[in-house]
Design a protein around this ligand. Structure first.
Ligand SMILES: Cc1cc2nc3c(=O)[nH]c(=O)nc-3n(C[C@H](O)[C@H](O)[C@H](O)COP(=O)(O)OP(=O)(O)OC[C@H]3O[C@@H](n4cnc5c(N)ncnc54)[C@H](O)[C@@H]3O)c2cc1C
Length: 375
């Protein structure tokens, strides 16, 4: 019987990126998904690779590093599945203009204000708005990239309902593994984590055919990809905080298309547009907007009779009880394709080489906040 080094639950961009780096580190890995590779939020993504155009903070710094890392990673290892082009960011409100100007002052990325190649197709409104151009942006073929990352790695189709740990080995149905990574996106968390709530944001994007040639990735009220050779491009995505695909309400695809086209036409004079395909899915974000990677705290075992919430501040993360060899990667929100390779590499090194993880990103931060509140 095989005992895998690691079983990864979830075959989205986060799970597939972990599988890639772990197998490069000579681990024997299996990916388990209830459906197929990129069947969740990842398969719906426009998968634009861009930083966050805002004034500062941890998320901006992280996304700037991840943007550079991931552009290089995808272009070097999987050039077929990334389309690179200049990236034109246009402010879509006064507040957004303030943030864009602050970005210009603080960013380490080089940029220009020369959007001349895109000028002929921009609307007067887009031309008048503050903007900047990055030399490099990218748009990933989401499903193909996930499949390429997972190529050669064992895959098992199964919905994981529970996990059992016995004698140093995790058991998931017939699969045995020394270590587990939960990469379950917006779905249920599989193990009890009362301290963690995810923000689920529904999104819709479309592929269209148009006679207008778009030379850049354009980000304004939404994102428009550069045209492919066959005249198709991606437009995305909507942010719908209220729609829950697991509820009874049916999603109105026509409404979503209308919103996407109206917003795209605010920026670009797209002509002879035909919608080819719709993609819908959930993003999974955290309450503080930062991604989540690291070991999973066992709240039940940590909160035993010796636990004192008043001592939380002084307690190190290591003093909490964690599920044995159980890790997670999640909370990448609308930036999963930017963050996943960057985070998966860090998580791999943490698992295989015992390197440090940024404590601002570990699940433990949510345990601390929750334990303080309920204690
Ligand atoms: C419309 C839309 C547009 C987006 N645009 C961009 C963009 O332009 N750029 C960008 O960087 N990001 C974008 N994103 C965000 C990005 O797609 C997400 O951050 C990313 O998909 C998260 O990946 P994931 O692997 O965590 O989750 P998912 O892709 O949802 O994968 C989770 C997987 O886990 C499986 N699973 C869950 N529970 C179980 C279980 N119990 N047993 C077995 N399998 C299970 C599911 O079947 C699923 O395949 C977009 C997202 C959406 C929805």
């Amino acid at each position: 019987m095989i005992i895998y080094d690691t079983a990864i639950i979830g075959a989205g961009i986060n799970g597939c990126s972990c599988a890639y780096f772990l197998s490069k580190a000579n681990q024997n890995v299996v990916i388990i998904d209830q459906e197929a590779i990129a069947s969740g939020g990842s398969g719906a993504a426009g998968a634009f690779i861009s930083p966050k155009f805002t004034k500062g903070g941890r998320l901006k710094e992280l996304l700037e590093e991840a943007y550079l890392f991931s552009l290089d990673f995808y272009s070097t290892n999987f050039p077929t599945y990334i389309q690179k082009a200049k990236l034109l960011q246009i402010a879509n409100s006064d507040e957004n203009e303030v943030r864009l100007n602050a970005f210009k002052e603080t960013t380490t990325l080089s940029f220009s204000e020369d959007s001349s190649e895109a000028e002929p197709i921009l609307t007067p409104y887009a031309k008048e708005s503050a903007s900047l151009v990055l030399e490099e942006g990218g748009v990933v073929n989401a499903k193909a990239m996930c499949e390429a990352l997972a190529e050669g790695i064992d895959f098992s189709k199964e919905k994981v309902k529970s996990l059992h740990y016995d004698d140093g080995v995790w058991q998931i149905g017939d699969i045995s593994a020394k270590c587990i990574i939960l990469a379950t996106g917006s779905y249920d968390l599989v193990v009890e984590m009362p301290y963690l709530e995810l923000r689920r944001v529904w999104g819709h994007r479309i592929d269209v055919k148009t006679t207008t040639k778009v030379p850049y990735s354009i980000h304004h009220h939404l994102s428009i990809s550069p045209s492919s050779e066959d005249g198709t491009l991606a437009i995305g995505a909507t942010h719908n905080l209220h729609y829950n695909p697991f509820g009874d309400e049916k999603y109105d695809v026509e409404d979503g298309r209308k919103e996407l086209l109206e917003k795209a036409l605010k920026s670009v004079k797209l002509e002879n547009v035909e919608v080819l395909k719709d993609y819908v899915g959930l993003r999974s974000g955290s309450n503080d907007y930062l991604p989540i990677i690291g070991r999973v705290v066992d709240a039940d075992k940590t909160m035993d009779e010796t636990f004192k919430p008043s001592k939380l501040k002084k307690m190190s993360d290591d003093s909490f009880t964690h599920f044995p060899e159980l890790y997670m990667i999640n909370g990448t929100g609308g930036y999963g394709f930017v963050l996943a390779p960057y985070l998966a590499k860090q998580l791999t090194e943490y698992i295989t080489d015992k390197t440090e993880l940024d404590t601002e990103l570990t699940p433990t931060r949510f345990f601390r906040r929750w334990a303080k509140r309920i204690g």
